[in-house]
Design a protein around this ligand. Sequence first.
Ligand SMILES: Cc1cc2nc3c(=O)[nH]c(=O)nc-3n(C[C@H](O)[C@H](O)[C@H](O)COP(=O)(O)OP(=O)(O)OC[C@H]3O[C@@H](n4cnc5c(N)ncnc54)[C@H](O)[C@@H]3O)c2cc1C
Ligand code: SF4
Ligand code: SF4
Length: 395
Amino acid sequence: MTVTDTAAPAKKERWTAQWKELYSEVITTGLCTGCSGCVVTCPHDVIGYEHEEGKYLPFHLEEELGLDNCVHGEKGCTTCTRACPRFGAWEPSADMHLFGRVREPDEMAGIWRQLYLTRASDEMVHKMGQDGGLVSAMLIWLREHDYIDAALVSGVEPDDAWKAKPAVVTNKDEILATAGSRYTYCANPLALRDAKEAGHERLALVGMGCQTSSPPTMWDRKAGKVSKPFQFNIGLLCSKTFDDAIFPELFEAKYGLKKQDMVKMNIKGVFQIWMKDGSYHEIDLKECHGWTRKGCTHCPDFAAEHADVSTGGIGEDNDWTLTVVRTELGEAVIERMIADGSIIAKPAQSDETAMRLLRLLSIVSRRRWPQDADPNPAVGVPPPKKKAAAPAPAG
Ligand SMILES: Cc1cc2nc3c(=O)[nH]c(=O)nc-3n(C[C@H](O)[C@H](O)[C@H](O)COP(=O)(O)OP(=O)(O)OC[C@H]3O[C@@H](n4cnc5c(N)ncnc54)[C@H](O)[C@@H]3O)c2cc1C
Ligand code: SF4
Ligand code: SF4
């Protein structure tokens, strides 16, 4: 018998994976980033999350089958694994949904359409922003042009300006009050419940790659109506976040820099800290490594590869946001913002430092992905260069 090209295509396997598989494949293996995608999508509200120092991980709230299994999962509920951007072949799944193809082996920073350096034209927005203020300018623009009702971002606790907390923002003042970067973890999708309770149906999500890969993974795996509110996805380039303990244990204990006196921080090869008294301090990043949050140690996604637009601060000039435009929707919004003067943009390719770092830091992150996990994030990643052998001692 000959096989002809009219043979029926292979049937897609039925998706049966539930909390039990999520627990064994993602949570206990250290792949879980704490993004909270599974928590906010669970239709039975049985996944808990503590947004606290040393935690930032999901756990099962019902103990009937033990903490590693779920009664609803045993009855056929599979929403949590469909929403998890670290379960199974998540990278090709989100790629296919957003771009209709998977990344080429050499596309270390994911798939993109345009690369710009941008900055907000409004001086106040530019000043309040971490780099060029593009993210805040875009949220204000999306809101004013009726693309979204609200955005899920990172606010701070009322009594602690550096304790990040997921927040919902709906207007320019709220957007600017939450601008800038906090380098501890903030699971912004957790603000989804507050947004829904307030009746907001069309949302922008701002978040690092671990968070912005979640909506496209949900869409591709048909997680259901819970994925509907995510209308626009803004990614933040990211190598790691730090434990909250870095403030008392390193900045204050070693350098006398009190958290409550800090006004701004940034990472540009070193940890930069500006204080209320006008002083400026630099701390070697090697010193900070000991406080790397555990959930970041295996993360392969520096460039927030599944956002509509991803943003970062690498480059020759601190005052601009490196803007990686990935989807058609992202491109349409950026082009309209350039055309109406909301932002100033120039091609990023002219900034050799930004181009080199985007590729290099993407490779460094991909190398962290474990070899025994799904192979896709490691495809095409060049091995580290061997260090030249030390010259033989003379004499
Ligand atoms: C933890 C972290 C690590 C980063 N690491 C890098 C890096 O290694 N290299 C690089 O080029 N860029 C990195 N960035 C991105 C960079 O700091 C800027 O966020 C980005 O360039 C956008 O600047 P902007 O002026 O356009 O944004 P802004 O207009 O200042 O808006 C920033 C947005 O980020 C949100 N946000 C702030 N802190 C957090 C947080 N902890 N979690 C989630 N959302 C948050 C704010 O709520 C706001 O909506 C990182 C950002 C964060 C939060
Ligand atoms: S990576 Fe996110 S979705 Fe996956 S288990 Fe962890 S918190 Fe849940
Ligand atoms: S390195 Fe950044 S993107 Fe990756 S898990 Fe950590 S916070 Fe998320």
